[in-house]
Design a protein around this ligand. Sequence first.
Ligand code: FAD
Length: 440
Amino acid sequence: MDKKIVIVGAGVAGINAATKLVDNGYDGSLITIIDKGNDPINRLPEEVMTGMLGAGGWSDGKLTYHTAIGGQLAKYCGEEKAMDLMKQVVDNFTRFHPKPEEIFMSDPQEEPEFIKPYFGLRMFPVWHIGSNYLHEIAKTWYQYLLDKGVRFEWNTTVINIDFQKQDITTVCENPKLAEYYNYDELIFAVGKSGIDFAQHLSNLYELPTEPKSVQIGVRFEAPQKYFQKLIDVSYDFKLYQKFDNVSLRSFCTNNNAAYVAVEETYGDLSYNGHAKKGEEFRNDMTNFGILMEIKGIEDPFKWSRDVVSKLQTDGKGLYYSPSRTVSKTSEGTDVTAYQIEFLDGFKEAMGEYADYVLNFIDDMNKVFEFGDDWGMYIPEVKYLSPEPLVNYHNLSLTTYPNVYFVGDALSARGITVSGAHGIYVAEKLIQLSHLKDLTQ
Ligand SMILES: Cc1cc2nc3c(=O)[nH]c(=O)nc-3n(C[C@H](O)[C@H](O)[C@H](O)COP(=O)(O)OP(=O)(O)OC[C@H]3O[C@@H](n4cnc5c(N)ncnc54)[C@H](O)[C@@H]3O)c2cc1C
């Protein structure tokens, strides 16, 4: 008899885990997926972080394929296995895509000469799913899992998990009801929108953690024409610069119909980006994060949170440009940000690290010659909250071996790595159930 599995979070990691399980004959009726957001039919465009496929469901749909991008997958399972797991995620998105022939893959091969004096360029394949297909993908994928008997609980927030009793307490919206679930195996896949809750559990159970670095910076935007020569080489380019304890990279590049997205974490606003497909969305902009990885900061998590909270005015993040005003969102409203004229507050909050970002922009200006025609949304941040220590062979907590942390909750930073975490855990659960069958 298979075990009862509860998956908290119907995001990329949770959904890929469930899919791997049922694809391999696991009884779907033993799997319950609980999510605080909406099913794919009712999920609204402004629900960026929650619901079917999680943040990945409303993302730019760019599936990166390299073990140095998007979190530390190879650390757990080795390079070869990591590539195999990520490919399985790509295959799942392809399989539920309404027009798989429209997925295109970019695979740059050579670093262009013109960036060489100032930057390195990281090169790897990217599959472009198309963000406006994600909704359809989510619906078809959902139906597949329903047909396999998987049970979904939507608009249901998990507010407590008792790791000892293996009990989950949830609150369901409308009508507001408390519900309780128990599990044999728990896949914890709450993504960034569940980061507070993950932190709460980590504190409550005093989970051992792995040390982390800080990742913080800005979301840069400029008209695409300046970057076209690089986009022609690498659509989702990743520029980088390396110094002693700081490395900088451009992160998550969006082109053609590039929009800045506002994220709220811990009550503060920060920025990200996404691209839309379709001529009606074209704005001929390029945006990307300029993220610093800073080593050697004591308590990096607290440091980032302090910096981010200093970079808020009137409950908004900041926008700086020598000549521009904030851009429009894909819904046609202004991106929520407080426009600043001077960079003093930015420099004060970031300290010596502000200069690394500004120098990066200066160096880009030498290569791409955008002059004053650019802006930056401050801050962009990847909260690498203390990562719970897991057993590398199956991502289970070292102190609670039937609880598996996956996806952004385990410091992944992207769709392929998050999905790969889910599949990795599912493979281990399948092995467990086969072993059990053999011994019965
Ligand atoms: C605007 C934007 C664009 C992005 N673009 C890209 C991209 O192009 N390529 C890429 O690789 N990555 C992109 N990302 C990042 C990517 O979406 C995430 O890394 C990925 O979705 C993480 O997967 P996950 O399953 O860990 O979490 P998520 O996909 O975020 O899913 C977590 C789920 O958990 C649920 N949840 C949280 N807390 C609770 C709780 N207490 N109870 C119940 N449910 C809960 C949420 O509702 C959510 O559905 C983007 C992110 C954003 C915000």
